[in-house]
Write a protein that binds this ligand. Structure first.
Ligand SMILES: Cc1ncc(COP(=O)(O)O)c(C=O)c1O
Ligand SMILES: N[C@@H](CCOP(=O)(O)O)C(=O)O
Length: 464
């Protein structure tokens, strides 16, 4: 399987090289050269299978023969053994025909663990085979960072540098990152927003001398190795509700568009998905884009779902590529306009193609808090604020002909202040994190200056 860049100027790469590259050398994102197809019978055969079996079936279609079967199987088994639920990602019925897919049973209590536990082991394998060491960088609004740090801590092949926006994560999220004191882990609190952190990471990838000098690699969802692992739970969830014999719908709390793009990939691979619904908080650039056909960046507003406080939604570029008929020049023009004037109009054919696949809705702060309160009162089920954005939007659409599955992207205990304010309930951290508030922290505060950040990383990376 080869992977091509959405901007068409970087060489096509195999799975291992695409994973190590993270972002393509032309600034684009890697996507598979073609979509593997699963037949009706292939999908039906997933019924009743353990999560790791389905994961192996899906992921091996992308890795081809680059990772030996036994090794890939061992990576997947170890990744999902770290989850505290036997089903890995269980489905819970919230109300008639509306389910939540609990993606938060991994070590850091957010859906990011599903991909990160796979990606860290895969990168470690590739680097060890090649006798190399790499510098991992990542931007986080809270969850990617904690999942990545947990997954990469203590690994000999990598140093990991995570940039989070100073003061804009929940305290639990920050402590999950800053209390990990392994020598290969570096936390940077940037004086800026999440978008500033993401810009800094992308700028490092586009600074080729720096990129090469530290052998840079990324763990944000710009890395195809993240998306591939997230495709799996769309299949397991849909099959447990009767796919491929009947279609299902998904509502996805959305920020960087990685999670819902994985749902789109599952559909392209043959999974019968009826509605794919983008749920945004007040930072609603994607909902506005679907409504108006114009992608327009405004300021970021802090919300009670901080991990979705994002304006520049990096994976949307992958969808633009698909919706433009894989026209890399058109994507390059749109991305140049975004950089220059903070916005662009989608070509008519692209927006029509996107509207055919996606619906979108926004839940404001009051609606999100009310959804947490109502769901607790009605069903004794505690939602985290990100999942509540999804549930609120899904409920607003009303019930359709197919079951609706809302992705539960984080555990409520990651956002105790917001959850308590909405429901009166103080969600407890699980036993393995009980002493989180007593653990010492280590973090460096840096100004939002590219050179400062690169110097910091360059002098500490063991790959340099
Ligand atoms: C808890 C939570 N929900 C939803 C999202 C949005 O997911 P994505 O960025 O893949 O759209 C994030 C961050 O990415 C998150 O941490
Ligand atoms: N919400 C994310 C933002 C980064 O998203 P990613 O999926 O591209 O890594 C976070 O929690 O950090």
């Amino acid at each position: 399987m080869q992977f091509v860049s959405t901007r068409g100027q970087a060489p096509a790469l195999g799975f291992s090289d695409a994973v190590l590259a993270g972002l393509a050398a032309d600034g684009g994102l890697y996507v598979p050269a073609s979509w593997p197809q699963l037949s009706h019978d292939d999908i039906a055969a997933f019924a009743g299978k353990p999560y790791a079996d389905v994961a192996y079936d899906i992921i091996s279609r992308f890795t081809g023969d680059e990772i030996p079967a036994g090794k890939l199987r061992a990576i997947i088994d170890a990744a999902y053994a770290s989850f505290r639920h036997p089903s890995v990602t269980p489905l819970v019925e919230l109300e008639t025909n509306h389910f939540v897919l609990e993606l938060f049973h991994g070590p850091t209590l957010a859906f990011k663990d599903v991909a990160m536990q796979f990606l860290s082991r895969t990168m470690d394998y590739i680097l060890t085979e090649r006798g190399l060491r790499a510098t991992i960088v990542g931007a986080t609004s809270g969850d990617t960072g904690s999942a990545a740090i947990e997954a990469f801590r203590g690994r000999d092949t990598t140093d990991i540098f995570i940039l989070h926006p100073l003061g804009r994560t929940s305290e639990v999220q920050r402590r999950q990152m800053t209390t990990v004191l392994d020598a290969n882990v570096h936390n940077i609190a940037l004086e800026g927003t999440f978008d500033d952190c993401q810009d800094a990471v992308k700028a490092m990838f586009n600074h080729h001398a720096f990129r090469d000098s530290v052998r840079l690699s990324g763990v944000n969802s710009i890395n195809w190795g993240r998306i591939v692992a997230q495709i799996v739970y769309y299949f397991t969830a849909a099959v447990s509700l009767g796919a491929p014999h009947r279609a299902v719908s998904f509502t996805v709390p959305t920020g960087n568009f990685g999670d819902i793009f994985a749902g789109y990939c599952a559909k392209r691979m043959g999974l019968p998905i009826d509605r794919l619904v983008i749920a945004t908080n007040a930072n609603d650039i994607l909902r506005r884009t679907i409504d108006t056909g114009r992608y327009e960046v405004t300021g970021v507003a802090p919300t009670i779902s901080p991990s979705m406080d994002i304006q520049i939604s990096s994976n949307f570029e992958r969808l633009l590529f698909e919706s433009a008929g894989r026209d890399a020049e058109a994507v390059t023009r749109m991305m140049a306009a975004l950089k220059q004037s903070r916005g662009f109009d989608l070509p008519d054919a692209s927006i029509a193609a996107i509207r055919a696949e996606f619906a979108a809705g926004t839940s404001d702060e009051a609606a999100t808090a009310k959804t947490i309160a109502d769901t607790w009162a009605r069903s004794s089920y505690l939602l985290d604020p990100h999942t509540a954005v999804g549930v609120s939007v899904a409920r607003g659409l009303g019930s359709g002909p197919t079951p609706m599955i809302t992705l539960a992207t984080a555990h409520p205990a990651k956002f105790p202040a917001a959850v308590k304010a909405a429901s009166g309930v103080d969600p407890a951290l699980p036993a393995w994190l009980e002493d989180l508030y007593q653990r010492p922290e280590r973090v460096d505060i840096l100004s939002n200056d590219q050179k400062v950040v690169e110097d910091f990383i360059g002098t500490r990376s063991r790959a340099a």
